[in-house]
Design a protein around this ligand. Structure first.
Ligand SMILES: O=C(O)CCC(=O)C(=O)O
Ligand SMILES: [Fe+2]
Length: 305
């Protein structure tokens, strides 16, 4: 039986050898550790970006509040009574230079910070294209044909103010990511992220510097007609240290999202009705179904039988 405790590892420099592992990881786990991608995102850029992110969180709160929402939840989130440990800054589309510029201007970013953020955004976008096309091609779709270059990429940086009193409590509740793919640069020293395996157990994602975690979200499940897994995950406070992570989300097509014809046949009838990412996101927010359960609201009649 496949190992249910070890998160799969995918080596970006070992393709096409890794193609079947990529699909297995995406089907069985909905997440994997990515290694050997530094020709696209160098480790110096990763650590420069972490420094920039830490300094953005150190800005006065009046400045951070200038990072306003473009879509619900895309901008500054201050710690709340309900979630006092968590703080986030973000922008709607890191694939759009104007959006990145606006984010930098709102936060009074220095030329060095701006350049680092722009370079990081470009590199992560290139990684999305590389992983997305490999996934699509292995499933029988030409990467170029899915229009992936034009999909928006949300960007969010997370800071967890973990204290001795908060050990054992949640930093982020269990959820799935709503988009297609997530690239997460987690904290290189402080753990807490956990992903759920097929048996429903939470498996810790221990820090592993100079690697990335890739998650698949709800849009990948719709697009693949249920074949790819939207991984459930959460962040727990395990130790009294500040934890910082950088999350980038390739959301999905701007237009309709529906199962690709290549994965629909008599044995695999269409499981989801067409939607748009925007409508789906609104549905998740209004129903408060954050852990993938909202997908059931998209089931076709035949899949409900
Ligand atoms: O901070 C982390 O490691 C995970 C954050 C996360 O799951 C998210 O931003 O969706
Ligand atoms: Fe997440």
């Amino acid at each position: 039986m496949a190992d249910q405790c070890t998160i799969p590892v995918i080596d970006l420099l070992d393709f096409p050898n890794q193609s079947s592992n990529l699909i297995t990881a995406s089907e069985e786990w909905g997440c994997f550790r990515l290694i050997n991608y530094h020709h696209i995102l160098p480790s110096t850029l990763m650590s420069d970006m972490k420094d920039v992110v830490r300094s953005l969180f150190d800005l006065p709160v009046e400045i951070k509040r200038q990072n306003v929402d473009v879509i619900a939840g895309s901008g500054y989130m201050a710690p709340t009574v309900k979630n006092p440990l968590y703080e986030a800054l973000g922008l709607y589309d890191m694939a759009n230079c104007a959006d990145v510029d606006k984010f930098c201007s709102h936060l009074d970013a220095s030329p060095h910070q701006r350049e680092t953020i722009l370079r990081y955004a470009k590199a992560v976008h290139e990684l999305f294209m590389s992983i997305g096309k490999k996934l699509a091609e292995r499933l029988g779709v030409k990467g170029e044909n899915i229009g992936i270059e034009n999909w928006p990429c949300q960007f969010r940086i997370n800071k967890y103010h973990f204290t001795p009193e908060s050990v054992g409590s949640p930093g982020v509740q269990i959820h799935t990511d709503s988009g297609f793919l997530t690239i997460l640069q987690d904290d290189e020293g402080v753990g807490g992220l956990e992903v759920m395996n097929k048996s429903g157990e939470f498996i810790p994602v221990d820090p592993w510097p100079n690697t990335l975690l890739v998650n698949l979200g709800d849009m990948a499940t719709v697009w693949s007609n249920g074949r790819l897994c939207n991984v459930k995950h959460r962040v727990q406070c395990k130790e009294a240290k500040i934890r910082v992570s950088i999350a980038s989300f390739l959301l999905g097509p701007r237009e309709t999202v529906e199962p690709i014809p290549e994965l629909v046949d008599d044995d695999h009838p269409k499981r989801y009705v067409p939607t748009t990412y925007e409508d789906y996101r609104k549905m998740r927010l209004s129903t408060k179904l954050q852990a993938g359960e909202a997908l059931a609201l998209l089931h076709t009649q035949s899949s409900d039988k």
